[in-house]
Design a protein around this ligand. Structure first.
Ligand code: WT7
Length: 656
């Protein structure tokens, strides 16, 4: 089950001896202590009810967990609340309106803005009124395709405020990807901007929305923020400027309490088939999970902390740990628009120094790229304000963990390696910074209130020292409720594997060490993880096959020093395409980029005469991964035609 990309983790697991105890002062003041594990285990539902009480409800729930129709679980049924009220208004009402919600930092230096909770409330109310005027009602879906500017967060909260589920599409996705998501959840309004700044230059977004509208006719209105001032095409029937309708709207808006199970958002993510899955999150349980985990895992002290999560709001991390968790908890955040190295390599560290960031949450791929540049650049900034560092998105290799702790955290800061997924809505497995002695490379164990295990293919818990499948064994508040419009696929994907036991199958392989701590090894399905982003092999294969010169394609994720995994494509050309021409490799890379987006661009495209298939026609990706990772090709006995690998390997060595 484990492939080569996990072999390093496995090797580390047997040799990794380093332990990092929580700093004594942090442990003494920690929000959550070791008792929380036992308390939660004694009465899980009471524990979660207590966490739900962190929120303001317009009506209290009747039942904590309704498990009468598994795996369609409901949490806090009968309860009503408004997510936007919880993230904004209640802090203003409590007299904290002057507190900065966001230190927004634009990519162009000196382009920055502080937004207080009171200002955020006014802006969200204006946007909610404007959306209502545009015809958006509770239950309608709104797509958001924006750069990292405050309006993106305002847009999400305005949707939440009026009960219109949002679907945020990452600004790096193509027009096609945007159109298919709009289509799938039938969004009637799109909120976008003319563009955003990427690596020092304006990068357009609106044209992709225009192009998406040629592929779907569902969109009634496009609300456009002016960010860069670049020229945009304008359709008077559809397009509306944000500054025309939002800036002029009233700041008065009464939030309605919605049912705890009212849909809050749909977030698309890659699955093992070509079609992205629309993960549905609802209101009460999700907000409880996001708020509690943010409080517990980051030991958040809203009065004094300055928190910065570098994720984009186009991913679930941005949803749970920029928007819903931190705002529900009323902390001051940094929100940064651009790339880490623009205009220079030290940009992130300068921002940490400038704003006195205390909690910093980023991805291993970023840490590895800084590590490569050495400690000289970060050493130029004073980052002594930092007290906790977080990691998410993929396994963090021990060397990157130790470097992060040492160079960025000055050896003072615990590193919380947080395992979770778009589907889980919130952190599930992680050290607690005031409790856990961290091990570099291990996400340690399920946080209080969460039941997770590593099991064999029958669902039996594996003994310490063994590997298996990572499962969640009891429902949890922030779990996905279904896949948008596809209950069957929801059941099949997550609940079929361990049907009789009722375990949620996460799609990851993991191992328990001698202490029973969990080391996540990576995906066991046809999903790749490139720079912490989930990509489906099948989706990229479909994109390749849609090119007129391509007959067949197989994609694998091969180990990559920088990005964790990299996309490697093996392509058979159509006969009439001949050798495809000199630029065929570039042409195909560009094609994938256009069809899906830059993050899906294959690192390598290899033109091959055949693909290795079993007698039943299934592509043996394991063998292709051997080739892509320059290894001796493994067992070929189940191949329909054993000579195929020779042909492919020969093609490789001849430099193709
Ligand atoms: C997949 C989920 C959760 C937000 C970001 C990604 C991998 C995530 C870790 C970690 C090892 C991790 C898993 C998981 N993953 N965090 N700390 N250690 N692997 O969300 O796009 O839904 O991807 O990311 O493979 O299944 P996502």
């Amino acid at each position: 089950m484990t492939d080569s990309s996990s072999s390093e983790t496995l090797a580390n697991l047997s040799t990794e001896e380093r332990r990092f105890e929580p700093p004594a002062d942090l442990a003494a003041e920690a929000n959550v202590t070791a008792d929380a594990y036992d308390d939660a285990a004694k009465d899980r539902l009471a524990f979660w009810a207590e966490q739900a009480d962190r929120l303001s409800w317009t009506q209290k729930w009747d039942t904590v967990l309704d498990d009468s129709n598994p795996p369609f679980f409901k949490w806090f049924t009968g309860g009503r609340l408004n997510a936007s009220y919880n993230c904004v208004d209640r802090h203003v009402e409590a007299g904290r309106g002057d507190k900065v919600a966001f230190h927004w930092v634009g990519e162009p230096v000196e382009d920055k803005r502080d937004i207080t909770y009171a200002e955020l409330k006014d802006e969200v109310c204006r946007a909610a009124n404007a959306l209502t005027d545009l015809g958006v009602q509770a239950g309608d879906r709104v797509a958001i395709y924006m750069p990292m500017i405050p309006e993106a967060i305002v847009a999400m909260l305005a949707c939440a405020r009026i009960g219109a589920p949002h679907t945020v599409v990452f600004g790096g996705f193509s027009a096609d990807a945007l159109a298919s998501r709009i289509d799938d959840c039938q969004a009637k309004v799109v909120i976008t901007s003319d563009g955003g700044y990427r690596r020092g230059a304006p990068s357009a977004l609106k044209p992709a929305v225009d192009e998406a509208r040629t592929k779907t006719d569902l969109v009634e209105k496009v609300l456009v923020v002016r960010r860069t001032g670049q020229d945009v095409e304008w359709d008077d029937d559809t397009d509306v400027w944000w500054h025309d309708v939002v800036d002029t709207a009233s700041t008065e808006h009464t939030p309605e309490g919605f049912d705890a199970e009212h849909p809050l958002y749909v977030m698309y993510t890659s699955g093992s088939t070509g079609k992205p899955k629309g993960i549905l999150h609802t209101t009460g349980g999700y907000l409880t999970g996001a708020s509690y985990t943010h409080h517990a895992v980051f030991d958040l002290k809203p009065e004094t902390d300055v928190y910065w999560c570098t994720a984009d709001i186009g991913w679930v991390t941005g949803h749970s740990y920029i928007v819903y968790g931190p705002l529900a908890n009323g902390v001051t955040q940094v929100l940064y628009e651009g790339t880490p190295d623009s205009p220079e390599r030290g940009r992130w560290w300068q921002i940490i120094e400038q704003y006195g960031v205390t909690i910093f949450y980023t991805a291993p791929t970023a840490i590895r790229s800084f590590m490569k540049q050495g400690s000289e650049v970060p050493d130029r900034s004073d980052m002594s304000s930092l007290r906790i560092l977080g990691s998410v998105g993929e396994p963090i290799n021990p060397e990157a963990y130790v470097w992060y702790r040492h160079v960025i955290g000055g050896d003072r800061t615990p590193v919380v390696d947080t395992w979770w997924q778009t589907e889980t809505g919130a952190i599930m497995i992680s050290p607690l910074p005031g409790v856990t002695a961290g091990k570099p490379g291990s996400a340690m164990k399920a946080i209080p209130g969460i039941d997770a295990d590593v099991v064999d293919d029958k669902g039996a818990s594996v003994p310490n020292g063994s590997g298996g499948y990572l499962v969640v064994t009891s429902p949890w508040p922030s779990m996905l409720r279904t896949l948008w419009g596809d209950d069957d696929r929801y059941v099949d994907t997550y609940w079929k594997m361990f049907k009789d036991l009722g375990y949620y199958f996460a799609g990851d392989g993991a191992k328990k060490d001698a202490d029973g701590d969990i080391w996540v090894l990576g995906r066991v399905d046809d999903v790749m993880n490139v720079s912490g982003h989930r990509l489906s092999t099948t989706e990229i294969e479909s994109a390749l096959v849609s090119h007129p010169k391509v007959a067949e394609a197989a994609v694998v994720g091969a180990k990559d020093e920088d990005t964790g995994q990299a996309v490697c494509a093996f392509v058979i050309l159509r006969e009439e395409a001949g050798d495809g021409g000199e630029d065929i490799v570039q042409e195909l890379r560009q094609h994938v980029r256009k069809e899906i987006g830059p993050i899906a661009t294959p690192r390598q495209v290899m033109i091959v005469p055949e693909l290795p298939k079993t007698r039943s026609g299934k592509i043996m990706r394991r063998l292709l991964r051997d080739v892509a990772e320059h290894r001796e090709v493994g067992d070929v006995t189940t191949l329909a035609d054993g000579s195929v690998m020779d042909l492919i390997s020969k093609g490789m060595s001849s430099g193709k």
